[in-house]
Write a protein that binds this ligand. Structure first.
Ligand code: URA
Length: 231
């Protein structure tokens, strides 16, 4: 709050203790509570506290070997170091596994991040996966209808199509409309064909296209508008 120009740190602490500050609709009176500026909404006396950075959303083609969390317990590099824009701090929208490549959005627009990550938002995410072994049409049908994951969760309907063979393995395109942890890998394991390689190629109306691995581009205002109008 102090960084956003609301007042001195001391004043901000007084306001927190006085119960004037809400995080995501909940009053927070604990000093030192951490928030994620890319995701959490902070209000002081009901008014939104906003960072004065310009709002920026980028699409990154994430390479393998990067995490999407900021504090990794193994000290592995995080994707934020691949997107350096002076004066702007961006946060990943959702997660991609360490070894997964492809389309990842990063933004400092808390409203956009919130909308895209809301579980009620059935934004389609398209993955191209190399699955071990030969996948049959019956197995693709199981993916389409929904499979039970290792924790018993049953996935909702998905799209799945065979793209071709790569040696003894199968290239499959899978579209999911939800975002459980490691969902595609767990779905593939559920049908007995573990993922060997995974890349996200589209999210909602956005496609990765020819963006090179490790590179990013700033979304146009029209693209941001499109994302915000998804429901
Ligand atoms: N599903 C996965 O299993 N991993 C990802 O990174 C994304 C979707």
């Amino acid at each position: 709050m102090a960084r956003c120009g609301c007042g001195s740190r001391r004043k901000c602490e007084e306001w927190i203790i006085a119960g004037l500050v809400e995080v995501n609709g909940q009053i927070v009176t604990q000093l030192g509570s951490q928030i994620d500026p890319g995701r959490d909404q902070v209000r002081l006396r009901g008014r939104r506290v906003e960072d004065r950075q310009p709002q920026v959303t980028v699409m990154l083609n994430k390479p393998a070997g990067y995490v999407t969390t900021s504090r990794d317990q193994f000290g592995r590099p995080d994707v934020c170091r691949l997107v350096r824009i002076p004066g702007v701090r961006l946060y990943p929208v959702g997660r991609l596994d360490y070894q997964t490549t492809g389309l990842l959005l990063l933004t400092n627009d808390g409203d956009l991040a919130h909308r895209l990550m809301h579980p009620g938002h059935r934004v389609p995410k398209v993955y191209q996966a190399l699955l071990k072994g030969k996948v049959t049409e019956t197995e693709l049908n199981r993916l389409r209808r929904g499979v039970a994951l290792d924790d018993g969760y049953r996935t909702s309907e998905a799209k799945a199509r065979l793209l071709g063979a790569e040696g003894a393995n199968s290239r499959v395109e899978i579209t999911i409309f939800e975002g459980k942890n490691h969902q595609v890998r767990r779905m593939a394991r559920a049908i007995g064909h573990p993922v060997l390689r995974l890349r996200r190629v589209a999210e909602g109306p956005l496609k990765l296209g020819r963006l090179e691995e490790g590179k990013y581009r700033i979304l146009t205002p029209e693209e941001v508008k499109m994302l915000k109008s998804l429901n």
